[in-house]
Design a binder for this molecule. Structure first.
Ligand code: TEU
Length: 555
Protein backbone atom coordinates (compact mmCIF):
# COMPACT_ATOMS: atom_id res chain seq x y z
CA UNK A 1 0.00 0.00 0.00
CA UNK A 2 1.33 3.42 -0.87
CA UNK A 3 1.58 5.92 1.89
CA UNK A 4 -1.04 8.53 1.26
CA UNK A 5 -0.38 12.23 1.76
CA UNK A 6 -2.53 14.24 4.19
CA UNK A 7 -4.62 15.72 1.39
CA UNK A 8 -5.41 12.25 0.07
CA UNK A 9 -6.89 11.27 3.41
CA UNK A 10 -9.38 14.06 3.97
CA UNK A 11 -12.18 15.99 2.33
CA UNK A 12 -11.71 19.55 1.09
CA UNK A 13 -14.44 22.15 1.56
CA UNK A 14 -14.81 25.03 -0.89
CA UNK A 15 -15.88 28.39 0.50
CA UNK A 16 -17.20 31.23 -1.62
CA UNK A 17 -16.55 33.86 1.05
CA UNK A 18 -18.96 36.48 -0.22
CA UNK A 19 -21.80 34.02 0.41
CA UNK A 20 -20.62 32.14 3.49
CA UNK A 21 -21.11 34.21 6.66
CA UNK A 22 -21.38 37.94 7.16
CA UNK A 23 -20.17 39.12 10.59
CA UNK A 24 -20.54 42.88 10.06
CA UNK A 25 -24.04 43.36 8.66
CA UNK A 26 -22.67 44.50 5.29
CA UNK A 27 -24.66 41.84 3.45
CA UNK A 28 -21.44 40.21 2.23
CA UNK A 29 -19.62 37.32 3.86
CA UNK A 30 -16.14 37.87 5.30
CA UNK A 31 -13.05 36.08 6.62
CA UNK A 32 -14.08 36.22 10.31
CA UNK A 33 -17.26 34.49 9.10
CA UNK A 34 -15.14 31.59 7.90
CA UNK A 35 -13.23 31.43 11.19
CA UNK A 36 -16.54 31.40 13.06
CA UNK A 37 -17.55 28.14 11.40
CA UNK A 38 -14.30 26.19 11.70
CA UNK A 39 -15.79 23.86 14.31
CA UNK A 40 -18.73 23.13 12.01
CA UNK A 41 -16.22 22.17 9.33
CA UNK A 42 -14.18 20.11 11.76
CA UNK A 43 -17.31 18.16 12.63
CA UNK A 44 -17.86 17.57 8.93
CA UNK A 45 -14.41 15.99 8.80
CA UNK A 46 -12.87 18.58 6.53
CA UNK A 47 -9.05 18.85 6.48
CA UNK A 48 -8.70 21.82 4.13
CA UNK A 49 -10.65 24.83 2.98
CA UNK A 50 -10.29 26.08 -0.57
CA UNK A 51 -11.04 29.76 -0.22
CA UNK A 52 -12.04 31.41 -3.50
CA UNK A 53 -10.36 34.82 -3.99
CA UNK A 54 -10.35 37.25 -1.06
CA UNK A 55 -7.79 39.63 -2.58
CA UNK A 56 -8.55 43.27 -3.41
CA UNK A 57 -10.85 43.29 -6.40
CA UNK A 58 -13.30 45.59 -8.18
CA UNK A 59 -15.59 42.49 -8.11
CA UNK A 60 -16.50 42.52 -11.79
CA UNK A 61 -16.20 38.73 -11.58
CA UNK A 62 -16.61 38.34 -7.82
CA UNK A 63 -12.93 38.40 -6.95
CA UNK A 64 -11.58 36.60 -10.01
CA UNK A 65 -10.50 40.05 -11.16
CA UNK A 66 -7.63 40.68 -8.74
CA UNK A 67 -5.91 44.02 -8.28
CA UNK A 68 -3.32 42.88 -5.70
CA UNK A 69 -2.18 39.29 -5.18
CA UNK A 70 -0.74 39.74 -1.70
CA UNK A 71 -3.39 41.71 0.16
CA UNK A 72 -6.95 41.22 1.44
CA UNK A 73 -9.98 43.10 0.16
CA UNK A 74 -11.36 45.28 2.99
CA UNK A 75 -14.85 43.91 2.35
CA UNK A 76 -13.53 40.55 3.57
CA UNK A 77 -11.45 41.87 6.47
CA UNK A 78 -7.74 42.39 7.02
CA UNK A 79 -4.51 40.46 6.68
CA UNK A 80 -4.68 39.98 10.45
CA UNK A 81 -8.06 38.26 9.98
CA UNK A 82 -6.45 36.02 7.40
CA UNK A 83 -3.58 35.17 9.74
CA UNK A 84 -6.13 34.33 12.44
CA UNK A 85 -8.02 32.06 10.07
CA UNK A 86 -4.83 30.22 9.12
CA UNK A 87 -3.80 29.84 12.78
CA UNK A 88 -7.24 28.80 14.05
CA UNK A 89 -7.54 26.37 11.15
CA UNK A 90 -4.20 24.82 12.02
CA UNK A 91 -5.36 24.21 15.60
CA UNK A 92 -8.20 22.13 14.19
CA UNK A 93 -6.12 20.42 11.51
CA UNK A 94 -7.78 22.43 8.77
CA UNK A 95 -5.45 24.02 6.24
CA UNK A 96 -6.30 26.99 4.07
CA UNK A 97 -5.91 26.67 0.32
CA UNK A 98 -5.67 29.87 -1.71
CA UNK A 99 -6.98 30.48 -5.21
CA UNK A 100 -4.35 31.67 -7.70
CA UNK A 101 -5.88 33.53 -10.62
CA UNK A 102 -2.87 33.80 -12.88
CA UNK A 103 -4.23 33.90 -16.40
CA UNK A 104 -5.31 37.50 -15.92
CA UNK A 105 -5.42 40.36 -13.44
CA UNK A 106 -8.01 43.05 -12.93
CA UNK A 107 -7.60 46.06 -15.22
CA UNK A 108 -7.20 48.01 -11.94
CA UNK A 109 -4.06 46.07 -11.02
CA UNK A 110 -1.03 48.41 -10.86
CA UNK A 111 0.71 46.25 -13.45
CA UNK A 112 -2.01 46.85 -16.03
CA UNK A 113 -2.35 50.51 -15.12
CA UNK A 114 1.30 50.91 -16.00
CA UNK A 115 1.25 48.60 -19.01
CA UNK A 116 -1.53 50.49 -20.72
CA UNK A 117 0.16 53.89 -20.46
CA UNK A 118 2.59 53.46 -23.34
CA UNK A 119 4.37 50.92 -25.51
CA UNK A 120 7.68 51.63 -23.81
CA UNK A 121 7.06 51.54 -20.05
CA UNK A 122 8.58 48.89 -17.75
CA UNK A 123 5.50 46.72 -17.90
CA UNK A 124 4.69 47.38 -21.57
CA UNK A 125 5.08 43.69 -22.34
CA UNK A 126 3.27 42.27 -19.27
CA UNK A 127 -0.05 41.83 -21.08
CA UNK A 128 -1.01 40.77 -24.59
CA UNK A 129 -1.06 43.85 -26.77
CA UNK A 130 -1.55 43.90 -30.55
CA UNK A 131 -2.07 46.49 -33.24
CA UNK A 132 -5.45 46.76 -34.92
CA UNK A 133 -6.01 45.14 -38.28
CA UNK A 134 -5.65 47.57 -41.19
CA UNK A 135 -9.34 48.46 -41.07
CA UNK A 136 -9.04 49.24 -37.36
CA UNK A 137 -10.79 46.08 -36.23
CA UNK A 138 -9.59 43.69 -33.53
CA UNK A 139 -6.53 41.50 -34.21
CA UNK A 140 -8.69 38.35 -34.31
CA UNK A 141 -12.37 37.46 -34.31
CA UNK A 142 -12.32 35.72 -30.94
CA UNK A 143 -15.26 35.73 -28.54
CA UNK A 144 -14.38 35.98 -24.86
CA UNK A 145 -15.70 33.30 -22.51
CA UNK A 146 -18.19 35.74 -20.98
CA UNK A 147 -19.42 36.81 -24.44
CA UNK A 148 -18.46 39.76 -26.64
CA UNK A 149 -15.09 40.32 -28.35
CA UNK A 150 -11.95 39.06 -26.57
CA UNK A 151 -10.04 42.24 -27.58
CA UNK A 152 -10.61 45.72 -26.22
CA UNK A 153 -9.19 48.90 -27.70
CA UNK A 154 -7.02 51.06 -25.45
CA UNK A 155 -7.02 54.72 -26.46
CA UNK A 156 -3.94 55.56 -24.47
CA UNK A 157 -1.74 52.96 -26.08
CA UNK A 158 -3.53 52.87 -29.42
CA UNK A 159 -3.54 49.09 -29.30
CA UNK A 160 -5.86 46.24 -28.43
CA UNK A 161 -5.37 44.02 -25.39
CA UNK A 162 -6.54 40.45 -25.07
CA UNK A 163 -8.94 39.21 -22.38
CA UNK A 164 -10.09 35.59 -22.33
CA UNK A 165 -12.78 36.58 -19.83
CA UNK A 166 -14.25 40.05 -19.08
CA UNK A 167 -13.01 43.36 -20.53
CA UNK A 168 -11.81 44.11 -16.99
CA UNK A 169 -9.68 40.91 -16.88
CA UNK A 170 -6.69 41.48 -19.20
CA UNK A 171 -4.60 38.36 -19.86
CA UNK A 172 -1.04 38.33 -18.53
CA UNK A 173 1.81 37.64 -20.92
CA UNK A 174 3.35 34.43 -19.56
CA UNK A 175 6.05 34.52 -22.27
CA UNK A 176 7.69 37.32 -20.27
CA UNK A 177 9.93 35.80 -17.55
CA UNK A 178 9.47 38.86 -15.31
CA UNK A 179 5.72 38.23 -15.27
CA UNK A 180 6.21 34.60 -14.31
CA UNK A 181 8.64 35.55 -11.55
CA UNK A 182 6.19 38.11 -10.12
CA UNK A 183 3.48 35.45 -10.04
CA UNK A 184 5.75 32.90 -8.35
CA UNK A 185 6.75 35.52 -5.77
CA UNK A 186 3.10 36.15 -4.92
CA UNK A 187 2.42 32.43 -4.47
CA UNK A 188 5.50 32.11 -2.27
CA UNK A 189 4.18 34.93 -0.11
CA UNK A 190 1.22 32.67 0.73
CA UNK A 191 3.41 29.62 1.23
CA UNK A 192 5.38 31.64 3.79
CA UNK A 193 2.07 32.36 5.54
CA UNK A 194 1.59 28.63 6.00
CA UNK A 195 -1.19 27.83 3.55
CA UNK A 196 -1.92 24.20 2.72
CA UNK A 197 -1.99 24.53 -1.03
CA UNK A 198 -3.43 26.24 -4.07
CA UNK A 199 -6.28 25.94 -6.49
CA UNK A 200 -5.03 27.41 -9.75
CA UNK A 201 -7.64 29.14 -11.88
CA UNK A 202 -8.27 28.80 -15.60
CA UNK A 203 -4.78 27.48 -16.18
CA UNK A 204 -5.36 26.11 -19.69
CA UNK A 205 -5.40 29.61 -21.16
CA UNK A 206 -2.03 30.96 -20.00
CA UNK A 207 -0.12 29.96 -23.15
CA UNK A 208 -1.17 31.59 -26.41
CA UNK A 209 -0.29 30.31 -29.88
CA UNK A 210 2.76 31.99 -31.51
CA UNK A 211 0.54 33.42 -34.24
CA UNK A 212 -2.86 34.73 -33.23
CA UNK A 213 -5.23 33.97 -36.13
CA UNK A 214 -8.97 34.21 -36.83
CA UNK A 215 -11.02 31.11 -36.03
CA UNK A 216 -14.18 29.71 -37.63
CA UNK A 217 -17.24 31.83 -36.90
CA UNK A 218 -19.52 29.82 -34.61
CA UNK A 219 -22.23 32.18 -33.45
CA UNK A 220 -24.72 34.82 -34.57
CA UNK A 221 -22.32 37.45 -33.22
CA UNK A 222 -19.85 36.63 -36.04
CA UNK A 223 -17.16 35.61 -33.54
CA UNK A 224 -15.16 32.47 -32.85
CA UNK A 225 -14.80 30.79 -29.43
CA UNK A 226 -11.51 31.77 -27.80
CA UNK A 227 -11.51 28.53 -25.83
CA UNK A 228 -11.14 26.53 -29.03
CA UNK A 229 -8.32 28.80 -30.25
CA UNK A 230 -6.09 28.97 -27.19
CA UNK A 231 -6.86 26.25 -24.62
CA UNK A 232 -3.93 23.88 -23.98
CA UNK A 233 -1.55 25.43 -26.48
CA UNK A 234 1.52 23.19 -26.89
CA UNK A 235 4.36 24.33 -24.63
CA UNK A 236 1.99 25.15 -21.74
CA UNK A 237 3.43 22.36 -19.61
CA UNK A 238 6.92 23.91 -19.74
CA UNK A 239 5.55 26.95 -17.92
CA UNK A 240 3.73 24.78 -15.44
CA UNK A 241 6.76 22.66 -14.60
CA UNK A 242 8.71 25.84 -14.01
CA UNK A 243 5.85 27.04 -11.75
CA UNK A 244 6.08 23.79 -9.80
CA UNK A 245 9.87 24.04 -9.39
CA UNK A 246 9.71 27.67 -8.26
CA UNK A 247 6.77 27.42 -5.91
CA UNK A 248 5.33 24.02 -5.04
CA UNK A 249 8.29 21.68 -4.81
CA UNK A 250 9.63 20.92 -1.36
CA UNK A 251 6.47 22.00 0.51
CA UNK A 252 3.88 19.78 2.17
CA UNK A 253 1.03 21.28 0.16
CA UNK A 254 -1.29 20.21 -2.63
CA UNK A 255 -2.15 21.90 -5.88
CA UNK A 256 -5.31 21.47 -7.89
CA UNK A 257 -5.49 23.15 -11.25
CA UNK A 258 -8.71 24.14 -12.95
CA UNK A 259 -8.25 22.88 -16.45
CA UNK A 260 -11.38 22.92 -18.52
CA UNK A 261 -10.72 21.07 -21.77
CA UNK A 262 -8.02 18.74 -20.51
CA UNK A 263 -9.47 15.32 -21.23
CA UNK A 264 -9.22 12.37 -18.85
CA UNK A 265 -6.72 10.81 -21.28
CA UNK A 266 -4.46 13.86 -20.89
CA UNK A 267 -4.43 13.63 -17.10
CA UNK A 268 -1.19 11.69 -16.62
CA UNK A 269 0.81 14.47 -18.28
CA UNK A 270 -0.69 17.08 -15.98
CA UNK A 271 -0.75 15.36 -12.61
CA UNK A 272 1.22 12.74 -10.75
CA UNK A 273 4.90 12.12 -10.32
CA UNK A 274 6.03 13.86 -13.49
CA UNK A 275 3.08 16.17 -13.88
CA UNK A 276 2.83 19.79 -12.85
CA UNK A 277 0.09 19.51 -10.19
CA UNK A 278 -1.17 17.14 -7.51
CA UNK A 279 -4.67 17.11 -8.95
CA UNK A 280 -6.63 18.61 -11.78
CA UNK A 281 -10.27 19.61 -12.15
CA UNK A 282 -11.53 18.56 -15.55
CA UNK A 283 -15.17 19.03 -16.42
CA UNK A 284 -16.31 16.13 -18.57
CA UNK A 285 -18.85 15.07 -15.92
CA UNK A 286 -20.26 18.58 -15.38
CA UNK A 287 -20.38 19.72 -19.02
CA UNK A 288 -22.76 16.88 -19.89
CA UNK A 289 -25.54 19.11 -21.13
CA UNK A 290 -23.22 21.40 -23.07
CA UNK A 291 -21.99 19.86 -26.32
CA UNK A 292 -20.39 23.21 -26.95
CA UNK A 293 -18.44 24.31 -23.97
CA UNK A 294 -19.76 27.36 -22.11
CA UNK A 295 -22.74 27.94 -24.44
CA UNK A 296 -25.91 27.50 -22.46
CA UNK A 297 -28.47 27.90 -25.21
CA UNK A 298 -27.31 24.64 -26.77
CA UNK A 299 -27.98 22.63 -23.60
CA UNK A 300 -29.34 19.15 -24.29
CA UNK A 301 -30.39 16.12 -22.25
CA UNK A 302 -27.85 13.39 -21.64
CA UNK A 303 -28.06 9.67 -20.94
CA UNK A 304 -26.75 8.33 -17.62
CA UNK A 305 -24.11 6.36 -19.52
CA UNK A 306 -22.48 9.67 -20.49
CA UNK A 307 -22.01 10.64 -16.84
CA UNK A 308 -20.80 7.16 -15.92
CA UNK A 309 -18.29 7.08 -18.76
CA UNK A 310 -16.90 10.50 -17.77
CA UNK A 311 -16.42 9.36 -14.17
CA UNK A 312 -14.95 6.02 -15.16
CA UNK A 313 -12.55 7.64 -17.62
CA UNK A 314 -11.10 9.98 -15.01
CA UNK A 315 -10.92 7.18 -12.42
CA UNK A 316 -8.98 5.06 -14.89
CA UNK A 317 -6.74 7.89 -16.05
CA UNK A 318 -5.59 8.52 -12.48
CA UNK A 319 -5.47 4.86 -11.39
CA UNK A 320 -1.75 4.31 -11.76
CA UNK A 321 -0.42 7.82 -11.60
CA UNK A 322 -1.88 10.99 -10.17
CA UNK A 323 -4.87 11.58 -7.97
CA UNK A 324 -8.40 12.74 -8.73
CA UNK A 325 -10.27 15.64 -7.09
CA UNK A 326 -13.84 14.32 -6.90
CA UNK A 327 -16.39 17.12 -7.22
CA UNK A 328 -19.95 17.67 -8.36
CA UNK A 329 -20.31 21.33 -7.50
CA UNK A 330 -18.36 24.55 -7.33
CA UNK A 331 -19.12 28.25 -7.62
CA UNK A 332 -19.41 27.98 -11.44
CA UNK A 333 -21.75 25.00 -11.52
CA UNK A 334 -25.43 24.53 -10.85
CA UNK A 335 -26.38 22.54 -7.74
CA UNK A 336 -25.90 18.79 -8.14
CA UNK A 337 -29.36 17.86 -6.85
CA UNK A 338 -30.73 19.71 -9.88
CA UNK A 339 -28.17 18.62 -12.45
CA UNK A 340 -28.05 14.88 -11.98
CA UNK A 341 -31.61 13.87 -11.09
CA UNK A 342 -34.96 14.14 -12.88
CA UNK A 343 -37.18 17.04 -11.89
CA UNK A 344 -39.45 16.07 -9.03
CA UNK A 345 -36.82 13.90 -7.30
CA UNK A 346 -36.67 14.39 -3.55
CA UNK A 347 -33.77 16.84 -3.09
CA UNK A 348 -32.52 15.28 0.12
CA UNK A 349 -32.40 11.84 -1.46
CA UNK A 350 -30.59 13.25 -4.49
CA UNK A 351 -28.10 15.03 -2.23
CA UNK A 352 -27.37 11.83 -0.31
CA UNK A 353 -26.95 9.87 -3.53
CA UNK A 354 -24.33 12.35 -4.80
CA UNK A 355 -22.60 12.30 -1.40
CA UNK A 356 -22.38 8.53 -1.65
CA UNK A 357 -20.55 8.76 -4.97
CA UNK A 358 -18.40 11.65 -3.75
CA UNK A 359 -17.12 9.61 -0.82
CA UNK A 360 -16.73 6.22 -2.49
CA UNK A 361 -14.88 7.08 -5.69
CA UNK A 362 -11.08 7.08 -5.57
CA UNK A 363 -9.62 10.54 -4.95
CA UNK A 364 -10.05 13.52 -2.65
CA UNK A 365 -13.71 14.55 -2.14
CA UNK A 366 -14.40 18.29 -2.61
CA UNK A 367 -17.58 19.61 -0.97
CA UNK A 368 -18.89 22.99 -2.09
CA UNK A 369 -20.54 25.11 0.62
CA UNK A 370 -24.18 24.14 1.08
CA UNK A 371 -23.80 20.89 -0.84
CA UNK A 372 -23.70 19.12 2.54
CA UNK A 373 -27.15 20.58 3.27
CA UNK A 374 -28.63 19.65 -0.10
CA UNK A 375 -28.93 23.27 -1.24
CA UNK A 376 -30.71 23.60 -4.58
CA UNK A 377 -30.87 25.90 -7.60
CA UNK A 378 -32.73 29.14 -7.39
CA UNK A 379 -34.54 31.19 -10.05
CA UNK A 380 -34.63 34.96 -10.07
CA UNK A 381 -37.61 36.60 -11.75
CA UNK A 382 -35.75 39.17 -13.86
CA UNK A 383 -32.43 39.22 -15.69
CA UNK A 384 -31.47 42.35 -13.71
CA UNK A 385 -31.63 40.27 -10.52
CA UNK A 386 -28.64 38.21 -11.65
CA UNK A 387 -25.21 39.28 -10.45
CA UNK A 388 -22.97 36.82 -12.33
CA UNK A 389 -21.25 38.42 -15.31
CA UNK A 390 -21.37 35.27 -17.43
CA UNK A 391 -25.13 35.04 -16.91
CA UNK A 392 -25.55 38.40 -18.62
CA UNK A 393 -23.18 37.38 -21.42
CA UNK A 394 -25.07 34.16 -22.03
CA UNK A 395 -28.42 35.96 -21.93
CA UNK A 396 -27.18 38.31 -24.63
CA UNK A 397 -25.83 35.41 -26.72
CA UNK A 398 -29.21 33.70 -26.51
CA UNK A 399 -30.99 36.90 -27.61
CA UNK A 400 -28.50 37.22 -30.51
CA UNK A 401 -29.38 33.68 -31.50
CA UNK A 402 -33.03 34.71 -31.78
CA UNK A 403 -34.42 33.46 -28.48
CA UNK A 404 -37.29 35.50 -27.02
CA UNK A 405 -36.42 37.27 -23.75
CA UNK A 406 -38.62 34.92 -21.68
CA UNK A 407 -36.90 31.90 -23.20
CA UNK A 408 -33.43 33.43 -22.69
CA UNK A 409 -34.34 34.07 -19.04
CA UNK A 410 -35.40 30.45 -18.66
CA UNK A 411 -31.99 29.30 -19.94
CA UNK A 412 -30.29 31.60 -17.49
CA UNK A 413 -32.41 30.37 -14.59
CA UNK A 414 -31.46 26.79 -15.37
CA UNK A 415 -27.74 27.30 -15.86
CA UNK A 416 -26.65 30.53 -14.13
CA UNK A 417 -23.62 30.39 -11.87
CA UNK A 418 -25.69 32.36 -9.35
CA UNK A 419 -27.49 29.10 -8.60
CA UNK A 420 -24.47 28.11 -6.54
CA UNK A 421 -23.79 31.55 -5.12
CA UNK A 422 -26.88 32.23 -3.02
CA UNK A 423 -25.92 32.69 0.65
CA UNK A 424 -25.17 29.74 2.88
CA UNK A 425 -28.22 28.63 4.86
CA UNK A 426 -27.28 28.46 8.51
CA UNK A 427 -30.44 28.90 10.58
CA UNK A 428 -34.17 29.51 10.39
CA UNK A 429 -33.64 33.16 11.41
CA UNK A 430 -34.23 35.90 8.80
CA UNK A 431 -31.78 35.71 5.87
CA UNK A 432 -30.94 32.18 7.04
CA UNK A 433 -28.59 33.61 9.64
CA UNK A 434 -26.20 34.62 6.85
CA UNK A 435 -26.43 38.34 7.54
CA UNK A 436 -28.25 40.85 9.71
CA UNK A 437 -28.22 43.23 6.73
CA UNK A 438 -29.42 42.91 3.15
CA UNK A 439 -27.67 40.01 1.42
CA UNK A 440 -25.78 40.87 -1.77
CA UNK A 441 -27.63 38.01 -3.50
CA UNK A 442 -31.06 36.82 -2.31
CA UNK A 443 -31.18 33.90 0.11
CA UNK A 444 -32.94 30.85 -1.34
CA UNK A 445 -36.49 30.77 0.01
CA UNK A 446 -36.28 27.10 0.99
CA UNK A 447 -33.94 27.90 3.89
CA UNK A 448 -36.42 27.11 6.69
CA UNK A 449 -36.44 23.49 5.44
CA UNK A 450 -32.80 23.39 4.37
CA UNK A 451 -30.34 24.89 6.85
CA UNK A 452 -27.50 23.72 9.07
CA UNK A 453 -29.39 24.34 12.30
CA UNK A 454 -32.39 22.23 11.28
CA UNK A 455 -30.21 19.47 9.83
CA UNK A 456 -28.10 19.36 12.95
CA UNK A 457 -31.23 18.42 14.89
CA UNK A 458 -32.50 15.85 12.36
CA UNK A 459 -30.81 12.44 12.47
CA UNK A 460 -31.93 11.71 8.91
CA UNK A 461 -30.69 14.96 7.34
CA UNK A 462 -28.28 15.38 4.46
CA UNK A 463 -25.78 16.98 6.83
CA UNK A 464 -25.80 13.95 9.16
CA UNK A 465 -25.45 11.67 6.17
CA UNK A 466 -22.36 13.60 5.06
CA UNK A 467 -20.84 13.15 8.50
CA UNK A 468 -21.58 9.43 8.50
CA UNK A 469 -20.25 8.78 5.05
CA UNK A 470 -17.10 10.79 5.58
CA UNK A 471 -16.45 8.83 8.79
CA UNK A 472 -17.02 5.58 6.88
CA UNK A 473 -14.67 6.72 4.15
CA UNK A 474 -11.78 7.79 6.34
CA UNK A 475 -12.18 5.87 9.60
CA UNK A 476 -14.65 3.05 9.04
CA UNK A 477 -14.03 -0.69 8.66
CA UNK A 478 -13.70 -0.28 4.88
CA UNK A 479 -11.62 2.92 4.98
CA UNK A 480 -8.55 1.29 3.43
CA UNK A 481 -10.58 -0.08 0.53
CA UNK A 482 -12.37 3.22 -0.05
CA UNK A 483 -9.15 5.21 0.01
CA UNK A 484 -6.80 2.94 -1.87
CA UNK A 485 -8.84 0.32 -3.68
CA UNK A 486 -8.93 0.23 -7.46
CA UNK A 487 -12.10 1.25 -9.26
CA UNK A 488 -14.14 -1.14 -11.34
CA UNK A 489 -17.43 -0.20 -12.97
CA UNK A 490 -20.33 -2.68 -13.22
CA UNK A 491 -23.48 -2.51 -15.36
CA UNK A 492 -21.78 0.07 -17.60
CA UNK A 493 -24.62 0.07 -20.16
CA UNK A 494 -27.41 0.46 -17.60
CA UNK A 495 -29.22 3.80 -18.02
CA UNK A 496 -30.72 3.75 -14.50
CA UNK A 497 -28.05 2.52 -12.10
CA UNK A 498 -24.49 3.62 -11.46
CA UNK A 499 -22.61 0.68 -9.94
CA UNK A 500 -18.96 0.40 -9.09
CA UNK A 501 -16.65 -1.60 -6.91
CA UNK A 502 -13.57 -0.57 -5.04
CA UNK A 503 -11.17 -3.45 -4.70
CA UNK A 504 -8.15 -3.84 -2.44
CA UNK A 505 -6.44 -7.23 -2.45
CA UNK A 506 -9.23 -9.70 -1.64
CA UNK A 507 -11.62 -7.11 -0.21
CA UNK A 508 -14.17 -4.94 -1.96
CA UNK A 509 -17.02 -2.48 -1.59
CA UNK A 510 -19.90 -1.95 -3.99
CA UNK A 511 -21.69 1.37 -4.52
CA UNK A 512 -25.15 1.29 -6.11
CA UNK A 513 -27.04 4.44 -7.04
CA UNK A 514 -30.47 4.70 -8.62
CA UNK A 515 -30.48 7.77 -10.86
CA UNK A 516 -34.20 7.55 -11.60
CA UNK A 517 -37.13 8.82 -9.58
CA UNK A 518 -38.75 5.36 -9.53
CA UNK A 519 -38.27 2.11 -7.68
CA UNK A 520 -36.29 -0.24 -9.89
CA UNK A 521 -35.10 -3.81 -9.72
CA UNK A 522 -31.65 -5.22 -10.30
CA UNK A 523 -30.00 -8.62 -10.18
CA UNK A 524 -29.98 -9.38 -6.44
CA UNK A 525 -27.07 -11.81 -6.80
CA UNK A 526 -24.82 -8.74 -7.08
CA UNK A 527 -25.06 -8.29 -3.33
CA UNK A 528 -25.20 -11.96 -2.27
CA UNK A 529 -23.52 -12.35 1.09
CA UNK A 530 -22.74 -8.64 1.29
CA UNK A 531 -23.14 -6.47 4.38
CA UNK A 532 -24.41 -2.89 4.29
CA UNK A 533 -21.98 -0.12 5.13
CA UNK A 534 -24.39 2.73 4.57
CA UNK A 535 -27.66 3.40 2.79
CA UNK A 536 -29.40 6.66 1.98
CA UNK A 537 -32.79 5.18 2.98
CA UNK A 538 -31.41 3.36 5.99
CA UNK A 539 -31.69 -0.40 5.45
CA UNK A 540 -31.78 -1.31 1.74
CA UNK A 541 -33.91 -4.01 0.10
CA UNK A 542 -32.25 -6.83 -1.86
CA UNK A 543 -32.63 -6.45 -5.63
CA UNK A 544 -34.56 -3.16 -5.40
CA UNK A 545 -33.57 0.47 -5.28
CA UNK A 546 -36.05 3.14 -4.31
CA UNK A 547 -36.09 6.61 -6.01
CA UNK A 548 -32.55 8.08 -5.94
CA UNK A 549 -31.50 5.47 -3.40
CA UNK A 550 -27.78 4.91 -2.83
CA UNK A 551 -26.21 2.02 -0.95
CA UNK A 552 -22.64 1.09 -0.13
CA UNK A 553 -22.08 -2.62 0.46
CA UNK A 554 -19.08 -4.47 1.76
CA UNK A 555 -18.69 -7.56 -0.42
O1 TEU B 1 -13.39 29.61 -14.42
C1 TEU B 1 -12.73 29.35 -15.62
C2 TEU B 1 -13.46 28.60 -16.58
O2 TEU B 1 -12.93 28.38 -17.64
C3 TEU B 1 -14.81 28.12 -16.21
O3 TEU B 1 -15.72 28.93 -16.87
C4 TEU B 1 -14.94 26.70 -16.61
O4 TEU B 1 -14.69 26.58 -17.97
C5 TEU B 1 -16.28 26.13 -16.32
O5 TEU B 1 -16.51 26.16 -14.95
C6 TEU B 1 -16.41 24.71 -16.79
O6 TEU B 1 -17.75 24.34 -16.88
C7 TEU B 1 -12.62 30.28 -13.49
C8 TEU B 1 -13.40 30.58 -12.23
O7 TEU B 1 -13.76 29.39 -11.60
C9 TEU B 1 -14.56 31.45 -12.56
O8 TEU B 1 -15.36 31.73 -11.47
C10 TEU B 1 -14.01 32.75 -13.13
O9 TEU B 1 -15.07 33.54 -13.58
C11 TEU B 1 -13.05 32.49 -14.29
O10 TEU B 1 -12.09 31.49 -13.99
C12 TEU B 1 -12.26 33.73 -14.60
O11 TEU B 1 -11.30 33.96 -13.64
Amino acid sequence: MDTLKWWQQTAVYQIYPRSFQDTTGSGEGDIPGVTRHLDYLRKLGVGAIWLTPVYPSPMVDNGYDISDYTAIDPRYGTMADMDTLIAEGKKRDIRIVMDLVYNHTSDRHAWFQESKRSRTNDKADWYIWRDAKEDGSAPTNWRSIFGGPAWTWCEERQQYYLHTFAVEQPDLNWENPAVRQALYDAANFWIDKGVGGFRIDAIVYIKKPAVLADGPVDGADGLSSIHKMIANTPGILDFLHEFRRNVFDGHDIFTVAEANGVTPADLPRWVGKDGAFSMLFEFSHTNLEFPDDEVWYRAETWPLTKLKKALSDSQQATAANGWYPIFFENHDQIRCVNRYFPEGTDKQKAAKAMATILFTLRGTPFIYEGQELGMANTAFARIEDYNDISTHGQYQLALDEGFAPAEALRLVQAHSRDNARTPMQWTTAPQAGFTTGTPWLPVHDDYPQCCAEGEEADADSVLQYYRRIQAERFNGEAAAILQQGRYEELLADDERIYAFKRILDDQATLTLVNFTNETIEYDASLTDGATVLLGSYGAPEAGRLRPAEAVVYRL
